[in-house]
Write a protein that binds this ligand. Sequence first.
Ligand SMILES: Cc1cc2nc3c(=O)[nH]c(=O)nc-3n(C[C@H](O)[C@H](O)[C@H](O)COP(=O)(O)OP(=O)(O)OC[C@H]3O[C@@H](n4cnc5c(N)ncnc54)[C@H](O)[C@@H]3O)c2cc1C
Ligand code: FES
Length: 269
Amino acid sequence: MFYSGRIIDNLLISDKHYLMKVSTPFIQPFIPGQFVMIRAWQGTDPLLPRPFAIYSWEVVGGQNVLQIVYKIVGRGTVILSGLHRGDEVQINGPLGNGFLEPEGAEKFILAGGGIGFSSVFPVALHLKGLGKEMKIILGARTDKDIPPASSVGAKSIEGDVTYTTEDGSMGFRGLVTEVLEKKIEDIGIASREKWAVFACGPAEMLNTVKALSAEKKIRAFLSLENFMACGFGVCLGCVVKVAAPDGYQHVRVCKEGPVFSSDEVIFGD
Ligand SMILES: Cc1cc2nc3c(=O)[nH]c(=O)nc-3n(C[C@H](O)[C@H](O)[C@H](O)COP(=O)(O)OP(=O)(O)OC[C@H]3O[C@@H](n4cnc5c(N)ncnc54)[C@H](O)[C@@H]3O)c2cc1C
Ligand code: FES
């Protein structure tokens, strides 16, 4: 079901990223890693709403406020970036399963690649609130692809973050998964059962996290960013393969995911 919301703020926070604050009729309790479908257009161009991780959804100054962080990619996000205070958007959510803390896990490594940081920050803020130990790794092509944590109200976790960029413009030069491998190795093998990895990013990154999880014997959970049409399980446009006793089965990323245990997801054809 879509709710109507009104834009409170739509702030440019770095080269191509925006923080959107929307006033909505209700506060929706959500699990970090869940998402909303948003549309701000009528007609057929574009046709479909777009999925965005819920950054926060809480009472602010007496108003119910949903926040998302988004990057301009194509037609839909260009339209969102042109919205102003008072403009209307339609919202459906919270959707999907989110990152649930697995039994026995007390400590966490959070890894975000590209726009994956927008799913990682709310998880990090949640775990920080619970007093959990965590390490955060955020990677992108260049520094312009990662807005400062302070610009999205995440200053409290800044000290836990290791940045990686492919061009070396910020932090470690290389891939987020290179730093992840090192951090996993630094955790003694005997302690790894107390740790879990939460990752969100492009499929190649998540496939590497899956391989690291198997090789290093650490639990990992992956949030997939598949293209979505309906967002609530009816169009079957987002299916992926997961391991099943007799081979594999198809599941919907929007409904059974977007978060899956790394040992169940099958990447590629
Ligand atoms: C569960 C989930 C949570 C997400 N959370 C966020 C978020 O918090 N912030 C954010 O900025 N983005 C997020 N995304 C990605 C976001 O939905 C897309 O960037 C957005 O839909 C692009 O819409 P557009 O109309 O601007 O681009 P389009 O014109 O639709 O697409 C431009 C190009 O990107 C490709 N593309 C679009 N979406 C995807 C996708 N999901 N996977 C692979 N290719 C794609 C298209 O095929 C096309 O080539 C999330 C996606 C998912 C599935
Ligand atoms: S997007 Fe329609 S079933 Fe997942």
